[in-house]
Design a protein around this ligand. Structure first.
Ligand code: NAP
Length: 310
């Protein structure tokens, strides 16, 4: 699998989401998916300090990953991304210095590692001065507990502000953004269910391209809805784009979800698109490998245009 250079790391072109590992995805199933990802040449894995608190305590995903890392002894072969800032049963919400320090130590402990490769602010905290947040993150980088910083569910102007401040004060900037993005457009007649859960706009894509920041696209397979329409969330527009995708998938003899992965991993070839890294999850090795196959599907310039302009 070809890799993407991110600072001094080499990332697989897709990221495996571990959100449900240890809760709705059993530990055994999680280990199978993780092993299959590594065997296929993947290395980039996404978790958070609060996954999946709505189905458990919020410790399960990192704990499950920690057990897997310990049993496989492949710490140096994987890139671990985790996050801080969201609520978990009434604790943890916010990006104050003490919270960042506490939850980072907790993540390191649960994952059983010395350094987090990529640490995200999971959501913005408008009540804490950015000076405090960025200085706290920087302290972790200088202490060797974190390599790189990312922002998730941040408005673009807040990323720009944070990075301007980091530049001025010689602090570590955000160098990657994680946001919801997929092939289908979103219905715009009503706001998203959760305010943080903003869909990636064209403006965000241009911003990231301009700042040379990759977009890690979460919920990139629309919950499996491209392969099984019954799973498609009602928030997406079921329009021409859907039919163009299905027809091309049929003509090429590939699964529609895999075709979405192919489209996303090739978007950087087009003007006005940054590097996009689809982040997707599965409890099933079969589904996961079928989706991962997307990185090997060649797409001509014409096919990229057909999908993008649909
Ligand atoms: N930063 C944030 O705020 C944020 C928010 C949400 C998620 N995330 C991250 O993004 C990751 C992925 O998010 P997500 O779970 O929302 O999105 P997703 O990857 O788009 O959807 C996952 C769902 O797709 C189903 N699926 C996959 N392939 C399928 C196929 N071929 N046929 C039928 N169903 C299929 C899976 O079911 P099966 O298990 O049956 O395969 C699973 O239920 C998470 O694990 C997490 O790491 C981040």
């Amino acid at each position: 699998m070809k890799t993407i250079k991110f600072n001094d790391l080499q990332l697989s072109p897709v990221c495996l989401g571990a959100m449900n590992f240890g809760t709705t995805t059993s530990e055994a199933d999680a280990f199978n998916v993780l092993d299959a990802f590594i065997d296929a040449g993947g290395n980039f894995i996404d978790t958070s300090n609060n996954y999946a608190h709505w189905a458990g305590t919020g410790d399960e995903s990192e704990t499950c990953l920690g057990k897997w890392l310990a049993s496989r002894k492949i710490r140096d072969k994987v890139v671990i991304a985790t996050k801080v800032g969201f609520d978990r049963h009434g604790e943890g919400a916010g990006l104050k210095a003490a919270q960042i320090e506490y939850w980072c130590n907790e993540s390191l402990r649960k994952l059983g590692i010395d350094t987090i490769d990529l640490y995200y602010a999971h959501t913005d905290d408008a009540d804490t001065p950015q000076e405090e947040t960025m200085a706290a993150f920087d302290k972790l980088v200088k202490a060797g507990k974190v390599r790189y910083l990312g922002a998730s569910n941040y408005d673009t102007w807040r990323i720009a502000d944070a990075n301007a401040l980091a530049k001025e004060q010689h602090l570590t900037p955000f160098t990657i953004n994680q946001q919801r993005f997929t092939f289908l457009a979103e219905r715009t007649e009503k706001p998203p269910k959760y305010i943080f859960n903003e869909y990636t706009s064209r403006e965000r894509l241009r911003f990231l391209k301009n700042r040379n920041m990759p977009l890690v696209a979460y919920s990139s397979l629309a919950k499996g809805g491209y392969s099984d329409p019954n799973r498609l969330p009602s928030s997406y527009l079921f329009d021409d784009r859907w039919h163009v995708l299905q027809e091309m998938a049929k003509a090429k003899g590939v699964d529609p979800s895999a075709l979405v992965v192919a489209w996303m991993t090739n978007l950087h070839r087009l003007p006005a698109f940054p590097q996009v890294i689809p982040l997707f999850a599965s409890s099933s090795v079969e589904h996961f490998l079928s989706n991962l196959h997307g990185v090997d599907i060649p797409l001509s310039d014409e096919e990229m245009q057909t999908l993008t302009q649909a």
